[in-house]
Design a protein around this ligand. Structure first.
Ligand SMILES: Nc1ncnc2c1ncn2[C@@H]1O[C@H](COP(=O)(O)OP(=O)(O)OP(=O)(O)O)[C@@H](O)[C@H]1O
Ligand SMILES: [Mg+2]
Length: 378
């Protein structure tokens, strides 16, 4: 059955333009169109729309959202504006709208918006998890790829990965992806994007369709082209698309890693055991975040390649560090590298190993459904 659409657009020319896009899109039927939102509300008993497009560039229309939501309870209300605004986006979803489109849009964008937002609505309260390490080779990318898989499987919700390791990002290699566009194009174009159009810069993981990856730049020298303000806008916009946004950061501090941490709900600081300096490096890294008032709840630590990977060992690390350790991962080199070589993840191919179990526990922790204490026997 076709979608029945009501279009409300104040500008006469734009009204014509959007009408012809909707009429030309298969599966959609434009049943009514208005320049004034009040006129549509006056007519509601006559129509049974599935979709209402409401121009929110007109003063006062934002305030009408609750009235539309109650007058047309069966319809998905999508707001339309000439620009994207993260604050408005949060406000309209709270008021009862399902999504947000930037005009003018193409038939493809319209269809995608309806498919993405129509049923579940735009994500609200999405979590940004930033993964930071004082030194390179901490097992960060391996953990993020596996954790994304675990979160996507367990929660059934959309997970986005942003590879912000700008110069040497290798998330695409982990998932065997061949991106057409990368973080460079997404940040370059961000001023003209809305969540729907940003979505097309992410690549879907073939083995897990609710994981989408924004890959790193194709050449190290492109890293300079990613500016911090655009990166921040892009992360905020990605929050409308994914319930969990995982950000892979380059080792050490730079403006991008600081911006990502500032935006994050949780920043994970990671270090790989080996050489003996990892606790010292971790202490120094934690020092950078100490100024945050909510530092102890927002910054969490993870050690990888911990051997033996026991609760006892975790307590020893906590004592040396003087800070809670949120997760420890065992030494499983063969498993993680064999899995990554196939574009598959350890949590998928060997779910019963200690590595997979600890990653699954971390994802339950993130989902707030952790039933057992760390290391406690059920
Ligand atoms: N739990 C683990 N046990 C043993 N080896 C691991 C573990 N996790 C990752 N590795 C290995 O350590 C190396 C670095 O891992 P990975 O690329 O995930 O780290 P990274 O912190 O993202 O590194 P980079 O600084 O290059 O971004 C890889 O060879 C990987 O296979
Ligand atoms: Mg990495």
């Amino acid at each position: 059955m076709d979608y029945q659409v009501i279009l409300i657009e104040n500008n006469r020319l734009m009204l014509e333009r959007l009408s012809s896009v909707i009429r030309a899109t298969a599966g959609f039927n434009l049943i009514a169109r208005y320049q004034q939102a009040g006129d549509a509300l006056g007519q509601w008993a006559m129509f049974k729309p599935n979709i209402i497009l409401l121009d929110i560039d007109v003063t006062g229309n934002l305030g009408l959202i609750p009235e539309f939501a109650s007058a047309f309870p069966e319809a998905a209300l999508l707001c339309v504006s000439s620009h994207w605004d993260a604050k408005d986006a949060a406000q309209i979803v709270k008021a009862g709208a399902k999504g947000y489109l930037v005009k003018p849009f193409t038939g493809e964008e319209f269809l995608e918006a309806v498919q993405t937002f129509g049923k579940s609505g735009m994500a609200l309260g999405s979590e940004v998890l930033a993964f930071f390490s004082p030194k390179g080779k901490s097992g960060k990318t391996t953990l993020i790829a596996n954790l994304a898989m675990s979160l996507a499987n367990k929660s059934g919700e959309a997970v986005g990965i942003i590879d912000a390791d700008l110069q040497f990002g290798d998330m695409a290699v982990f998932f065997n992806l061949e991106p057409k566009s990368t973080i460079m194009e997404a940040t370059r174009d961000i001023k003209f994007l809305s969540p729907i159009t940003l979505n097309s810069y992410f690549v879907e993981v073939p083995e897990a369709e609710n994981i989408h990856v924004l890959c790193g730049t194709k050449k190290p020298e492109y890293a300079e082209m990613v500016d911090v303000a655009s990166f921040e806008d892009m992360v905020r916009m990605a929050q409308s698309l994914f319930r969990y946004v995982l950000i892979d950061l380059p080792p050490g501090f730079n403006p991008i890693s600081l911006a990502a941490s500032e935006l994050s709900t949780t920043t994970y600081v990671m270090a790989m055991v080996g050489g003996g300096y990892e606790v010292l490096h971790m202490k120094r890294a934690l020092g950078i975040f100490e100024a945050w008032p909510d530092y102890r709840s927002r910054v969490k630590t993870i050690f990888t390649r911990v051997s033996p990977c026991t609760d006892e060992e975790r307590r020893i690390l906590e004592q040396e560090l003087g800070y809670p350790v949120s997760a420890i991962l065992p030494n499983e080199y063969l498993l993680v590298s064999a899995a990554a070589n196939n574009g598959r993840m350890a949590v998928d191919i060997q779910p019963d190993t200690p590595l997979s179990q600890n990653i699954n526990r971390l994802s339950e922790d993130i989902m707030g459904r952790r039933r057992t204490r760390w290391g406690a026997q059920p």
